[in-house]
Every structure is written in C-alpha cells, then in structure tokens.
Design a protein around this ligand. Structure first.
Ligand code: COA
Length: 264
C-alpha cells in the first residue's frame, strides 16, 4: 500500500516505519504524502489506539529532509515545502492518539523535527540528534526552531541550531529531548511496553491531555483558537464528565476493581 513506509497494526499499536534505507530514511515528497495518509488512517481506524514512528535499519531514524530535492527550489517553492512539512507534523502533534518516536539512529534536520513532533521520544544508545541545517546555509523548516526551544529551552536550542552540533543519546536524555535510552534491540519493546500501559487508560481522557498540553506550548493561534491552556483544561475537564469512561473509571475505583474503558 505504501512505497516509502511500513505500516503495521498489532495489539492496537500502529508502527509506522520510514523505509528508505538506502537514503538514511530521508524525507522526500513521497514520504510526506504517505505520512499524511498514514496519519489520516491513524485518526480514522478504531483498531489503532497509539502509534510508534521509527526508521528502517540500525543506522538512521531519519537523516533529514531529502537534500536532493532542495537544489531546484525557488523561494516560493521552498516556503510551500516548509508549510507542507509543518502541516504533516501538526497532524502528528495534534493526534488525539498518542504518537511516540522510537529513534533508532541519526535523527538529523527534518528527522529531529519529526521526532519532536511526536508526543514524546525514546532512543537507542547509538542515536544522534541535531539540527545541522546551518551547515547547508539553511535553517530548520518543519517546526524545529520552535519545538527544540520548547523541549530543551532557549539557550540550548540557540547553541544547537547555531553550531549544528550533534547530541548523543546520553545528552539527549540529560537535556530532556528523550524520556528513555535503551539498547538498539530493546527500543521497540520498551516503546511498546509504555504504549501498552497508556492503552489501558481512557482514550478520550488521553486525547484531552494531549490537547491541553499542546496548548501550553503551541503558539499557533489557529490551533489554540484564542484560548489559553487553562481555559481548554476547564472545558476538557468538564467534557470528561459526559463520558461513559469517566463514570466507569470512578465507579470501578469505588468498587475496588479495575476499570474497563470503551473509549465512549
Ligand atoms: N538527503 C538525501 N540523501 C541523504 C540524506 C539526506 N538528508 N542523508 C543521507 N543521504 C544519503 C546519502 O547521500 C547516501 O546516498 P548515496 O549512497 O546515494 O550516496 C546515503 O544516504 C548514505 O549516506 P552516507 O552519507 O553515505 O552515510 P554516512 O554513514 O557516511 O553518513 C550521515 C550518515 C547521516 C552523517 C550523513 O548522511 C549526513 O550528514 N546526512 C545529511 C544530514 C543533514 O544535513 N540533514 C539535514 C538536512 S536539512
């Protein structure tokens, strides 16, 4: 079905694997088209509760935007490319289902931006992160200037994006770019373990947590609809009281049994 991705659903977890191993899984136009379609499927398909995004092979998560596509672009086309990339990554960030990056090697440029658009990140010991665009006379265009700043703070983001320095797994953990570091063999297993736990919780509540937390860090007024995160939290808290899952969760607690959520 896809030419540049592998798409697998198992135990309610969808694994999307960027699959251009001969090009270090670089993001070309086709990958963006298919990632967009894959996220539409994630939104639509009730069999999917959560998502892992990873890359094929042991060397790269994604080594960046496909640089071979840059040489022919003029200014307007470059702006359209950045806008397109940002829109696909917003679709990941704004997903009501958790999307987690399992970073299995180089996550450079657009690859680091893809990982940062996910809700959180794990990486293997051989992972390397970076925004090396200034080496090419460029800047990040798929949200990297914003999301790296949100994740690691202004000073570190400034230094990393001005110096093009790469960050190894241990430093990524230390500065909060990833939540866990694992062995390469253990990466998907650990990611699935975390998502299996999250998948036992009430799906509507999970979606509202994502939405409210995004509002705390996203400055795009089109997304926040002019509302503060606190406003959204009040509304979302109230909305939960209209769900069957909230009734089930509170009743199960009082009856000293495990809640069984239905996503309603
Ligand atoms: N765009 C297009 N092709 C890319 C790519 C990218 N971002 N990153 C890697 N590739 C291609 C290489 O051109 C090479 O293709 P070829 O075999 O047809 O020549 C293949 O992937 C393997 O990469 P190679 O550079 O030979 O591997 P390496 O192990 O020596 O180095 C990297 C790995 C990731 C350090 C190196 O490929 C690199 O620096 N890539 C670019 C990173 C970057 O600047 N990203 C930001 C883009 S905005």
């Amino acid at each position: 079905m896809y030419q540049t991705l592998l798409f697998d659903i198992r135990d309610s977890i969808c694994t999307i694997t960027i699959n251009r191993p001969d090009k270090m899984n670089a993001l070309n136009k086709d990958v963006f088209t298919e990632l967009d379609q894959a996220m539409d499927e994630v939104y639509r398909n009730d069999a999917i509760r959560s998502v892992i995004i990873t890359g094929t092979g042991a060397k790269a998560f994604v080594a960046g935007a496909d640089i071979t596509e840059f040489s022919a672009l003029n200014k307007d086309e470059a702006m359209a490319l950045a806008k397109r990339g940002q829109d696909v990554f917003f679709k990941i960030e704004n997903s009501y289902k958790p999307v987690v990056a399992a970073v299995n090697g180089f996550a450079l440029g657009g690859g680091c931006e893809l990982a940062m658009a996910c809700h959180f990140r794990l990486c293997s010991e051989n992972a390397k992160f970076g925004q090396p665009e200034v080496n090419l006379g460029l800047i990040p265009g798929y949200g990297g200037t914003q999301r790296l700043t949100q994740l690691v703070g202004k000073g570190r983001s400034m230094e990393l994006q001005m110096s093009a320095k790469l960050v190894d797994a241990a430093e990524a953990l230390q500065i909060g770019l990833v939540n866990y570091v694992t062995s390469p063999e253990g990466l998907l297993e650990k990611t699935k373990e975390i998502l299996t736990l999250i998948n036992t919780k009430a799906p509507i509540a999970i979606g509202k947590v994502i939405d409210c937390i995004n509002t705390a860090v996203v400055s795009d007024s089109a997304y926040t609809n002019g509302k503060s995160g606190y406003d959204k939290e009040v509304e979302a808290f109230g909305d939960c009281f209209d769900t069957a899952d909230m009734k089930e969760g509170t009743t199960a607690f009082l009856e000293k049994r495990k809640a069984v959520f239905t996503g309603k």
